[in-house]
Write a protein of this length. Structure first.
Length: 728
């Protein structure tokens, strides 16, 4: 495609780059400088107010209005000193992205004089019109009221943009009737449910922890392409993925991109984005090239789940903004390019205590090991019993391209433990003394529990849910997801398994068993009943699919069916007994996702039609015109060359055939759309888009990608894979 379309050149972006990392101060000098965190509060709030707010944050006690006023006033002073003119309640509706409505600090005093004001009431609650956010039937436009309410457990921050600075206050978003309209509320509820269930278990061990929380470190994969290419691809702009594109002769087969040296333009972008994120207190730690060309990854130091969720939203937001400053587009879609790896978000997840312990760390002493084994086995049980909830947690039209494709975990949910832990659990189940070679194993079943080393796990990159030393890595989450939703569901199912564990142990304790015997008996039973979900082999293989079917593990390949996991009877009962989601809220979430799915495929279908008719067929026609004129001319000048001309003319007939194939295939999509659009019921509609509309994209793409290999480069209207994936 013509080079004129390209974004800024390297030198352009470097010259215009205001915040080149090279002269920057030490990160620790400015880390969190735009966050209204604990230290700032301590500095700016009266002592009593500070103490009260800390109680609110850490103990969930109610906030009194005087304190709210004091916090608001301190926040305003602080934010204005940093150049903020506006504030907003920053929330996470079920669109997957964040939402914000800015209000100026300006108010009018007597005599029309402008003053800056910000009250406790404005800090604590706002009433944005909820009618234009997806609610899955939770409210209709005539009951449009929704409230955002301050979530003091995630700190407020200042978003700096070239146009100005805004104080952002993390909030939950609920309807007039108290139902959650966001992903944050269920997350907070799940954190509380897990806290309670885990503390109950810790009670057996007389641990001094008073709080347990889920810890999360989300590895973020993404693509970067030149903005000029991005803007030349309506499919990337509207759908997030390319609907067409012949494979580049060079893709990822040389395996030369993963961990390769980072191109300077990309490096400059990364350091710039990191700098913005550091100011916001996001502890980005790792950056590297990923497997596919122009694919990258960053990962933060793990944090408490609520803050980690907000921070991951900021990572995506800041990267998009900073990329634009560098003439680049950051792509978070799960599968922007066919034929090369897609992007995921690996959620590293564990349980931490306020005393600094990691409950999934195997520990050194037998007592700690038993505690560890309870949390480990409860998690395995949770994944086994509730695999459909986890499958629903990762369902989206983008992730459908990834789950089960060759580089991503399959749609079958399984747990990888590693050889050592598998052996520990097998021993536990049998209750026998097993002696290994290196290191030596002593059975759990008799009277001792073996030491379990931390770095015990081998790596299995194919597992959707892998134990990695002292945490689980939930690898099947899509790269564009708001991680709050999958974490909430994961927290919920583990909390529920822990509650059950406590009940079962307590039952045995009533029979005068010792705690250890009771716990081991329960764990033995759980492992036996759940071990079908444990798999150590290659999750990408066809054998695993067959084996998983034998083990009765579910294998739901597409989103509309996967979402059933949210509303099965047992799922609804689980959510409601933990107070994480009411039945109405769970159903509304399924509904929203189904609608979103149908709409996304609908947009893709309409764009396929448009691109074929307005880009590809005209390109083919231009070539047909040019080529047929050439052939006619040659025949006139060289009348003896009939055979040679016939061979060349073959190309023309192939172009003609492929253009016709594309047009015919598009007609099929149009017909399928007419039927799909008529369907009212959300699940039926999504199913129609999934199984009747989407498969029809394939023959169109085949024809268009075939044309791409025949039509001259100079006439091809859109950037090609080999350009988008390699030039940067
Ligand atoms: P890997 O070898 O998988 O890259 P890392 O140690 O680099 O492992 O960790 C990857 C991610 O896991 C990082 O974001 C890291 O902060 C996070 N992580 C480490 N420990 C924990 C934990 N206890 N809980 C949650 N996340 C964690
Ligand atoms: Mg990784």
């Amino acid at each position: 495609m013509p080079a004129a379309r390209l974004g800024k050149s390297d030198s352009d972006t470097q010259n215009s780059d205001r915040s080149h990392g090279r002269t920057a101060a030490k990160v620790s000098d400015y880390f969190g400088c735009n966050v209204f965190g604990q230290e700032t509060m301590k500095l700016l709030l009266p002592k009593d107010t500070y103490k009260h707010v800390q109680e609110v944050i850490h103990r969930g006690t109610p906030l009194d209005l005087d304190a709210a006023n004091a916090v608001a006033s301190a926040m305003k002073t602080w934010a204005m000193s940093k150049g903020a003119t506006h504030y907003c309640h920053w929330f996470q509706p079920m669109t997957g992205v964040t939402a914000e409505k800015h209000d100026s600090f300006i108010d009018l005093a007597e005599g029309g004089k402008a003053i800056e004001a910000f009250t406790g009431k404005q800090l604590v609650q706002q009433e944005p019109d909820a009618s234009s956010f997806p609610s899955g039937g939770l409210r209709t436009t005539f009951e449009a009221r929704g409230y955002t309410a301050w979530d003091p457990t995630s700190p407020a921050f200042i978003l700096e943009t070239p146009g100005g600075s805004t104080l952002c206050i993390p909030t939950v978003f609920i309807s007039y009737t108290g139902e959650s309209l966001d992903t944050k509320t269920p997350l907070l509820r799940s954190i509380e449910a897990l806290n309670k269930a885990a503390l109950d278990i810790l009670g057996y061990f007389k641990a001094d922890a008073t709080k347990v929380f889920s810890t999360v470190g989300a590895e973020q994969e993404y693509f970067l392409i030149d903005e000029g290419y991005y803007e030349g691809r309506p499919d990337l702009m509207l759908c997030g993925r390319t609907l067409f594109g012949a494979p580049s002769p060079k893709g990822q087969q040389l395996e030369d991109h993963y961990f390769g040296s980072i191109r300077e333009r990309v490096f400059t972008f990364m350091t710039d984005a990191e700098k913005e994120l550091y100011k916001l207190g996001v502890p980005i730690k790792t950056r590297h090239n990923e497997v596919a060309p122009n694919q990258f990854e960053c990962a933060p130091v793990f944090e408490e789940a609520n803050v980690a969720t907000d921070h991951n939203q900021l990572v995506m937001d800041i990267m998009r903004r900073v990329a634009a400053r560098h003439g680049l587009a950051a792509l978070f879609y799960e599968k922007p390019f066919a034929g090369v790896n897609g992007s995921g978000k690996h959620i590293n997840w564990s349980l931490g205590t306020d005393t600094g312990k990691n409950l999934l760390s195997p520990g050194k002493t037998p007592q700690e090991n038993l505690q560890f084994l309870i949390f480990l086995v409860a998690t395995i049980k949770a994944v086994h019993d509730r695999s459909r909830i986890l499958r629903a947690a990762i369902a989206s039209s983008g992730n459908d391209h990834r789950l089960g494709a060759n580089e991503a975990p399959p749609a079958i949910i399984s747990v990888f433990l590693g050889a050592q832990l598998t052996r520990v659990l097998e021993d536990l189940e049998k209750g026998v003394t097993t002696k290994g070679t290196e290191p030596e194993w002593i059975s759990i079943g008799i009277d001792k529990i073996p030491p379990i080393l931390k770095d015990n796990t081998d790596r299995n990159r194919t597992s959707p849910f892998a134990f990695t030393g002292n945490k689980f890595e939930f690898r099947a989450v899509g790269s564009s997801f708001n991680i709050g939703a999958p974490i909430a569901l994961l927290n919920a199912i583990v909390a529920d398994a822990l509650v059950q564990t406590k009940k079962d142990i307590d039952k045995l304790l009533k029979t005068k068993k010792t705690f250890k015997d009771a716990a081991l008996e329960v764990l033995r039973r759980y492992y036996k009943d759940s071990k079908a979900v444990c798999f150590e082999g290659n999750n990408y293989s066809a054998q695993w699919e067959a084996e998983a079917a034998k083990r009765n593990l579910s294998n739901v390949k597409t989103t509309p069916e996967a979402l059933d996991g949210l509303v099965r009877k047992d799922s609804l009962a689980l959510f409601s007994r933990l107070g994480v989601l009411s039945e109405t809220e769970a159903r509304s979430r399924q509904h929203i996702q189904l609608e979103k799915y149908a709409k996304q495929i609908d947009i893709e279908a309409k764009l396929v039609i448009e691109m074929v008719m307005t880009h590809y067929v005209p390109a083919a026609a231009a070539y047909q015109k040019e080529f047929s004129a050439t052939l006619r001319g040659v025949a006139e000048v060289l009348p003896g060359q009939t055979d040679a001309l016939k061979i060349q003319g073959e190309i023309l007939s192939r172009v003609t055939g492929l253009a016709a194939q594309a047009i015919t295939a598009v007609e099929e999509i149009k017909k399928a759309l007419v039927s799909a659009e008529k369907i009212e019921e959300a699940r039926e509609k999504a199913l129609a888009y999934c199984h009747k509309v989407r498969p029809l994209f394939d023959p169109v793409r085949e024809a268009v990608d075939g044309l791409e290999g025949l039509v001259p480069d100079s006439l091809w209207p859109l950037p090609k894979y080999r350009e988008m994936l390699f030039r940067i």
